[in-house]
Structures are given as C-alpha cells and as structure tokens.
Design a binder for this molecule. Sequence first.
Ligand code: TXA
Ligand code: MG
Length: 340
Amino acid sequence: MIETRYFSADGDISVYRECGRIIRKGGLVAFPTETVYGLGVNALDKDAIPKVFEAKGRPSDNPLIVHVAYPDEAEKIAHVNSTYKRLAERFMPGPLTVILPKKEIVPKEVTGGLDTVGVRCPSDLSAHKLICEANVPIAAPSANLSGAPSPTAAKHVICDMDGRIDAALLSGECSFGLESTVIALKNDGAVILRPGAVTKEELLEELSFVEISPAVTDPAMVGEAPASPGMKYKHYSPKCDFILLDCNSEKFAEFAENQKGRIAVVCGEDESHRFKCCETYIYGRTDDYKALSFSLFAFFRKADERGIEKLYARLPEKEGYGLALYNRMIRAAANRILKV
Ligand code: TXA
Ligand code: MG
C-alpha cells in the first residue's frame, strides 16, 4: 500500500507541475481524458512501466497507448506518414489512437514487445496540461483494475486505485465514456482494432477504405491472438450477469419483468414506463447511443454496488456510434445474446 495523493483538476498550475513531476520521476498518476480516466506513467522510463501493470493486475503482454500533448509529437516516438498526418489534422486532439512503427526511444515494456506503438493526443484540457508539465510522453491504460469496467468518474478511480498509485488528478465525468478508437494503418486505409467515438463512417471521409477487425464483433475471436492484444482478454464486465436481448422494446420489458431475483435493466427514458418490477438504469432516448456510451460503464459499477444478480440490456445496432457499444457490450456479456 502506498498513500495516494488526490488533486483537483480545477487546481492551478502548481497542481499540474507537481503531478507532472511525479510522472517524470517514475511515479503513477491517474488523470481524466475525454474517453475514460487513464493511469499515467513516463513512457520513456522502462523501470517505471512495470508498476502500471502491477497496479492494475494486468498481463504485461498487453501494450499501452502513449499520450502526447500535440499530434506532431508523435514523431518523437514513432515513424509517422502522410496518412497519420491527414488523420491527425481531422481527428486530433481527440479520441483516436493510431498504431505506428515505434522508434528506439520507446521501451519494449510499453509495447508488450511489439515493434509498434499506439499514439493518442487527448482533447481533454487537464490531460493536455499534465502531459505538457510532465514534459515526457505519457503511457496510460485505463485507470481500472484489470477486468473491471473502465473508470468514467473520479469515484471509480478512487475505488479501484486508492493505495496502489502515487497520485490522482480528479475531475468530473468523462465526456465520451468509452475508450478511444484504435486503428492500424494499411496502405492508404485503416483497420479498426477497437471501435470508439471516432466512427468508421467518419474515418471513411479521410481514407480510401476502412476494415473492421473480426475480433471487434466476434467474441469467439477472444483468445485467438487478435491484432490488438487487449481484445483477447475478457473486459469491461460487471461482476453480475450481464445479458443482451435481441428484440424490440415491448418484448424486452415483457421478458425482463418475468425474471426472478434482483434484476436491473438498461433502458431508454421513452421505454422506462414499461418496467414495473426491475430497477431501471436510464440513459436518455432509446436510440441515443452517445448517451448510452456516456453511462454504460457507470451502470455496470452501479449494478454491482446494488447487489444486482442479472443486468439486461438491448443489443445495439452496429452502425456509427453503435459499433463501439456493440463491441463493449458483447464482451461484457461474454456473448450471451438471447433472441426473445
Ligand atoms: O481512450 C483510451 O484509449 C484510454 C485513455 C486512458 O486514453 N486508454 C485505454 O488504454 O483504453 P487501454 O490500455 O485500456 O487499452 C489500450 C488498447 C488495448 O486493446 C491494446 O491492446 C491496444 O490498445 N494497443 C495498444 N498498443 C497497441 C499496439 N502497438 N498494437 C495493437 N494494439 C495496441
Ligand atoms: Mg482498459
């Protein structure tokens, strides 16, 4: 156990200086981003990197994303090309991670032995200020215990990381709520390894083609050595049973209302009136996938806090923003999808 120091992200520059100093000296600092909270470490300090895996209980072959303050700082750590520059122009700073051939300066501890590195330039102002003050690129996985849902609020970080890390920079809820889109470049196109807030449709406006890695929509691929090593681990799941239903709103309610035990449902505000016996976790209008992305991981944590045995949700569409939700939800459900 170490004593974790807490700082408010609303604090003045001295807070960022101190957190930046801790990172530069090889310590661990959790910080907010626009996707989820990250657990930051100096990406160039090979002796510090293993501490991140230890704090999370994460397998060390799962590579970390490296965060930079400005898109062109990617050149310090990776070999960039014109496709990267085009994507950076449009989507950075923002929730996009691009896998690039790494430069020597990045220790293999960061990349799980791969010769590529994931580069991301977050748009969150606190993250930006921290990277600037640290004055080194920051390697950061999500700041949760391995296997638990990514943290989207300060209390999630405290719950998982208190006593395990040197400091945490705390702010409000993350604006997206799901992790960044991870892509690998291929000629003048890309392969989506993990879908996120930057959608396939948006990427297609800049690239000649965009493929989706089969592991994104097929949980049976878990364990098959997919292109993005993180995809092989069961992820994002609540401790309770999470079950997906492939049906309309009426059938959803009919089914859930007939289940026994402590049941909760993830539902839209326009369908919540149908549920009389279950707890309802309401995100916004049924088709508002942005609102669902914002709340999903918090719902997982809430269900566990409240001792829910079974949590039900409807299977989202695979288009646009829905693809990221689909990917996280089928994994959390370990592919339990019921047609009713
Ligand atoms: O939004 C995010 O990306 C958050 C915030 C903190 O930036 N970070 C995050 O990191 O989600 P993490 O470690 O939880 O997920 C990183 C994902 C994993 O699936 C990992 O396998 C993949 O990115 N990844 C990282 N480097 C890679 C590489 N060189 N090649 C293929 N996949 C890589
Ligand atoms: Mg993670």
